[in-house]
Design a protein. Structure first.
Length: 210
């Protein structure tokens, strides 16, 4: 009986020590939150709506700008580099503040608002006058290593409130990166190429008739 009691007494500390050791091992494997990148990138519209500017929509002048679709390679906060036709890498120590398709939608909306007579809404807002809708796909939004340039390509589709396509067109622009592709050199050329595409899309939207 005494031998059994001694065995039970020693078993409890051993179990506690085992649990403690397991907890220590797990704490070495689990990381709460990743290491923050050296930089967060965003897009800045060259053409901006002046502060205090007001605009009232007329019949058909409202435009809903939807988030573009994007392939998985671009639907991420990482900055892709096309190293060959079949290979992609990502720039280290830098990320987007949001996914490129969301950032590009806001850039499009701001540029169209600033350079046309459209009253621009996002897809979550109600358009009482049944205006047109701009949607599409962000085909390219990356650094191209062979040409050492930033490339932005957007397939735009302009539709009626009923979903009938009025026009469809691809827009693309590029900007040189410089001698070295890294966290400090990719933001400006991508912003430049994105603004060129947004400006071209805005001019196209303004020219398309119902």
């Amino acid at each position: 009986m005494m031998k059994e009691m001694r065995t039970m007494i020693h078993a409890k500390p051993l179990g506690a020590m085992t649990a403690l050791a397991a907890a220590i091992l797990l704490s070495g494997c689990v990381s709460i939150g990743g290491k923050p990148p050296a930089q967060l990138l965003t897009l800045d519209a060259v053409q901006k709506v002046p502060a205090g500017a007001a605009r009232v929509s007329g019949d058909g002048r409202t435009l809903i700008v939807a988030d573009p679709e994007a392939p998985k390679m671009l639907d991420t906060i990482r900055v892709p580099v096309q190293t060959s036709p079949t290979s992609v890498a990502y720039v280290v120590k830098v990320q987007w503040a949001d996914t490129p398709r969301h950032l590009f939608r806001r850039l499009l909306a701001e540029t169209i608002s600033a350079t046309t007579d459209r009253v621009v809404l996002d897809s979550g807002q109600f358009s009482g006058d049944g205006g047109q809708r701009l949607s599409g796909e962000l085909v390219a939004f990356q650094i191209d290593e062979p040409s050492n340039s930033a490339i932005v390509t957007y397939d735009a589709v302009l539709t009626t409130p009923a979903g009938v396509a009025l026009a469809r067109q691809r827009f693309t622009a590029s900007a040189p990166v410089g001698a070295k592709i890294d966290a400090t050199t990719v933001g400006v050329p991508l912003n430049s190429a994105a603004n060129k595409v947004a400006t071209d899309v805005a001019a196209w939207v303004a020219a398309v008739k119902d």
